[in-house]
Structure formats: structure tokens, C-alpha cells
Design a binder for this molecule. Structure first.
Ligand code: CO
Length: 211
């Protein structure tokens, strides 16, 4: 059997199991999704959003990319954000990074990752520049990278707050709250590191007054 064929077999087994448990399961789920959460996570295969939070299909709307970045020209991310916030009306947006993130580690080196990855990872280098003083004060390399993972999550939450999508929802409906979390590959535990309640004021440079 080819490796991918196992996925299809496992899928059939899973679907049968779900129906045995609850005959109406797929019928019900196919009618409606009302997730309360938007998850913006890393593409890393070791950080599956639903598995590590024990959530079921229908509970979390998910976007994943390398190093869980919120880039203001990323149409893919913005479309997901707009749909989740404006139409699904999620109550919480979670940016979840993880310790040991390959994207973060690569950005922290000076090696040329070739054009596309360089372009993407440069967003993390900007986070490093914003927090240079604090990062330079950490002697241990692993600790410094761990802290960069946390600061990156914090900056991505801030990037969310800069969007009119979030600011408009804050102004009109006082949601969603924004959360910055970091998952530990070594212990499976998620650590909340940053939070921004709906309506929080940010640097006026980024605030729009005619929403
Ligand atoms: Co990662």
C-alpha cells in the first residue's frame, strides 16, 4: 500500500466510527458551522490545532502558515480573517506559535534561504529588530529563540489589531478578543503569553476613525 492510501483508508474508518457513535453527525455538521474561535497557527505538522485543544470539527476556524505570521499584504490570511470575524462572528482570535519553530530559528540566522522564504521570514527579522535590546540581553541561544517565539506571537496579535477588519468588529460588536499563545513541543502545554481585549487602543498611527 502506498503511504497516502493509508490516509484514505483511515478516513473511511474514522467516518464509520463517527456515524456509529452519532448517526446524525455529518448531516448536522454539513448544515452549519458556528465556530467561536479563529486559530492562526504554524504549518508545522506537530502542532495540529484541533488535536492539542481537543476540539471537534465545527469548533475552530483555522489558518496556518510558516511561523504563524499576520502579514498585512497576505490576501489569504486577510480573507480568512475577514470571513471568520465579519461573517462567522468568532469571539476569539488565537495566534498560536510554538517553541522550536523552524521558521523562527531560520529567521534568527543569517543564512540565505533563497527568495521566497527570505521574503516571508523577513517579517520575523523585523520582530527581532523591534525587540533587539531584550533579545540581546539573553545569553543562552535556546532561551533567546524561545523568547523570540513569544515576541513574534505578540507582534502578530498586534498586527491583527492594526487591521480594519478587527477595528471595525471592535467598534461595532466589541469582539473578538485577541490571544497570543505558545505551544511547547516538549510537553504539549500551551502557554498564554499575550492578550488584547476587544476595544484595546493601539498606537494612533494604526487607528482608523471612520470605520
Ligand atoms: Co513553526
Amino acid at each position: 500500500m502506498m503511504s497516502y492510501e493509508k490516509l484514505l483508508l483511515e478516513n473511511k474508518a474514522w467516518a464509520q466510527e463517527m456515524v456509529l457513535d452519532d448517526p446524525d453527525y455529518f448531516n448536522r455538521l454539513s448544515q452549519l458551522q458556528t465556530p467561536e474561535f479563529l486559530w492562526i497557527g504554524c504549518s508545522d505538522s506537530r502542532v495540529p490545532a484541533d488535536r492539542i485543544t481537543q476540539t471537534q470539527p465545527g469548533e475552530i476556524f483555522v489558518h496556518r502558515n510558516v511561523a504563524n505570521l499576520v502579514v498585512n499584504t497576505d490576501v489569504n490570511l486577510l480573507a480568512v480573517l475577514d470571513y471568520a470575524v465579519t461573517h462567522l462572528k468568532v469571539k476569539h482570535v488565537i495566534v498560536c506559535g510554538h517553541y522550536g519553530c523552524g521558521g523562527i530559528k531560520a529567521a534568527a540566522t543569517q543564512s540565505d534561504m533563497k527568495p521566497v522564504l527570505n521574503m516571508w521570514l523577513r517579517n520575523i527579522k523585523d520582530v527581532m529588530r523591534h525587540h533587539k535590546q531584550e533579545l540581546d540581553g539573553i545569553a543562552d541561544e535556546e532561551q533567546r529563540t524561545d523568547r523570540l517565539v513569544e515576541l513574534n506571537v505578540q507582534e502578530q496579535v498586534y498586527n491583527l489589531a492594526k487591521t480594519t477588519i478587527i477595528q471595525r468588529a471592535w467598534k461595532r460588536e466589541e469582539r473578538p478578543d485577541l490571544h497570543g499563545w505558545v505551544y511547547g513541543l516538549k510537553d504539549g502545554i500551551i502557554k498564554p503569553v499575550y492578550e488584547m481585549k476587544a476595544g484595546t487602543h493601539i498606537d494612533p498611527v494604526y487607528e482608523y476613525d471612520n470605520l
